[in-house]
Each structure stands twice: as structure tokens, then as C-alpha cells.
Design a protein around this ligand. Sequence first.
Ligand code: TYD
Ligand code: MG
Length: 456
Amino acid sequence: MKLKTIYICENCGGSSPKWLGKCPNCDSWNSMQEDVIDTSAKRDHKGISKSPTPLCRTEEKETRLSTNIKEFDRVLGGGFAQESLTLLSGEPGIGKSTLTLKICEQIAMQGKNALYISGEESPNQIGLRAQRLGITTENLNILGETNLENIFATIDSAKPDFLVIDSIQVMSSAQMPSIAGSINQVRYCTEALMTHAKNNNITVLIIGHVTKDGNLAGPKVLEHLVDAVLLIEGDRYQNLRTVRGLKNRYGSTNEIGIFEMTEKGLQEVTDASKLFLEGRKENAFGSAITAVVEGTRPLLLEVQALTSASPFGYPKRAASGYDVNRLQLLLAVIQKHLQINVSDQDVYVNIVGGFKVNDPSTDLAVIMAIISSIGKVPLPRGAIFIGEVGLSGELRTVPQLEKRIREAEKIGFNQIYLPPSKEKTFGTNTIPLEDIGAALLTLNLADSRGGKAKKS
Ligand code: TYD
Ligand code: MG
């Protein structure tokens, strides 16, 4: 073996023979890590000609391994694809191990053989957690191990159908000279696991940590290797957890699964709209409801806004669960097209429940919440606001309107404000609006101009 020390960028996987403060490949700072590679491997290989198959004649049928957890199966596109390798990533302490244990239980209860390999916690610790979660199934085996070769030997004798690796960052192979958690190890272990699992018909779930800024710890290469990457997110101090697909070779990446962290582990949230609207105050100003669509699923959310006179020349704009740049833009639209002065107001926007929205259909609700806060006028209790707002204040249509309307009606909203549609009418509960000026008139909020409270 001929070893050589090189430096590899943690972010992009680019390498350099010297240490550098800034990666020449992706320009990230302080990301080069020392690593050792074997340069003796023979690289000359004469190619062998193989015969390609016509695509329409490939015969594999798609089979899925369901987890019986609806919220999770939907994100995967109907359960794990057989023999696939999925990476579940998330910040430490967010609930990856808890969710995975539950998944193992559900798979084991279908008579499949599940093997949970943990390098982070001891089997006893996991046993205690399993007790607390009420897991009693016989088919779930647990092993504390970090050496890849030992894991392969165990797989060969135990022959599991479903394998969990918790987590990939603590696994290491004797084939690689570098330490566990280094890019080379993580990449090598993932590659080796992938090959070994595909040869033995095993479905694998790998747990991986993410860095503070949300990147997978380890090079981007890992994302290319695996079949699916799922991300579990949420505020550690709030109970809501969402699982979404960042990559999925066997399904869409638009779907999300919603869970709630309880003392009995992660519980599915099937009626999310109710959860997000819980605790809504009667007649509170600065609150507007909207309907977003995540994948195929409509969700009702409460948008809250608070405005207060700014003591400084440069007013503050802050948002939680919402894009601040989008907020700035909407404030400019309010200023210009409604002639409501927001330039001397601090503006805070919050999406209730710790949810993050990217759907532009929230625009109208954000604007209405802000106006309601400025004028100190509560919006009608049965009102819901759907629509993207353009730079000239016009309301633009959004996809899957009917789905949103149906969800709103189901929860009992009867004044559904939405963009105008030429082709369709959506029933008696809907009120089409041309622009945000029309919204102000229809709701009798025109007095909010100039920050005066409306007498009622
Ligand atoms: P864990 O699954 O260990 O996180 P990860 O594997 O992503 O690092 O979850 C840890 C947190 O979850 C811990 O702070 C406590 C909380 N938790 C509960 O609230 N209820 C439970 O039933 C369990 C098992 C954990
Ligand atoms: Mg864990």
C-alpha cells in the first residue's frame, strides 16, 4: 500500500495536496480536512463489451416495503422501494433515532427481519427507549457496532430484510486509513453498504447528521450515491417535526410528512390544519389564515403579523417561518399600491406552529395580517386568504385552488378570498379579488390607511 496525505473539502469533496484556508473549488472557508489515500491501486483495466437491453423490456417489477406509517410512506412515494438505500438526515436530537426505531418496529411487525445497528448508543440504551415507546416485537434485532467488516459478516449470518445504520458518521472500514466521520470513510462505507445490500436484497436506511447550515456532513457526493435523501426538520424546542424528501429516485420530492414529538415518541399528525389553527384567539388583530399545498396535501396555516412604530430611522423587519426578502417586497407593494405608510413601522411576521412556508400563495394572507395589525382591526373569523401578490398589487392565481378551497370549507371557513378565475367559479363561499386594493374595500379596511384605528 502506498499512502499519501491530501486535503479534502468537506463541502464539495474537492482535493488539494496542500492545506488551504479556502477551497479553490467551491470557495468555502476553512473546509479542507486532512485525509489519507492509497495511491497504489492499479488503474489500467481493459473494457469488456456487454449487450445493452431495450428499455421497454427490462422486467423488474416495483415492490414496496411499507412502513405502515402513512405520513412517512407518503414522503417515500408509498414505502421503501425494495433494495433501495435511503438516507435520513437531520440535526442532532431532532428525533432521527426515535423515528427509525418506530419504522423498524412497524416493518418487523409485518414478519420481516429488521436489524438496527447503532454506533452511537448502546443496545441497552436503545432497549430502554424501545420500552418507553412500547415496542415489543420479536423480529427486531439490535447490535452495537461501528466496524463495517463486522457489520457485513453479521448481515451475512443474520440475513435481515431491513437494515438501519445509526449513524453513518461513526462507521468505519479497516480498508480505509482515515478516521471515522472523515469524508473518505463516509463515502466508502456508504458505497460498500450499497453494493452489499443490493447483492443481498436488503433495504437500507442510513442515518446521517447535518451541519449547522443544513448541509449533509460529508461531501455532496453522498447525496448522489443514495436512492433517496430525507430530511427531518423542526425546532428542537417545539414539538412539530416535518419529514421531506430532498431527493427521491422512486417518487416525488414534494410531499411532506408531519409528526408531533410526544413522550411516547413521534406521533403522526393526520389532521394538520386543525393543529395549526389550535389556540386561535377570538377577534385578535394581526392574524390571517391561508391555505398552502405541500405536495398533494392542503394545509391551513395562521399567519401573524405585528407592527409597531419604529424608534429608529431604519425599521426592523423580521420573520419566522417566512422569507424576509419576500416580506420586504410585500411591504413595498403595500406602501406603493395601498398608500399605507409602513416605512416607519417595525414589522414582524410569524407562521404559527413552527412551520416553514415556501408557497407564494401565502402573500395575500401576509399582507392582510399586516394591514389588520396596522389598523388594529381583526379580520372576520370565517375569512381565509389565498393568492400570490404581484408587484403591481394584482392577485395571481395559484395551483390546486380547488383542493385548498375544499380544505378550508371542511374546517368551516365561509369567506374564501382568492384570485379571479376566467374559466371557473368555485361556489358561494368564494370571493374573487382583482388586487389587494379590492381586498381592502371588500373587507372595509380602507380606514387603516395612515395607521388610524377603525372605530367599530
Ligand atoms: P433522538 O431520536 O435521539 O434524536 P437523534 O437521533 O436525531 O439525535 O431524539 C432525541 C430527542 O427526542 C430527545 O431530546 C428527547 C426527545 N424524545 C421525546 O420527546 N419523546 C420520546 O419518546 C423520545 C424517545 C425522545
Ligand atoms: Mg440518534
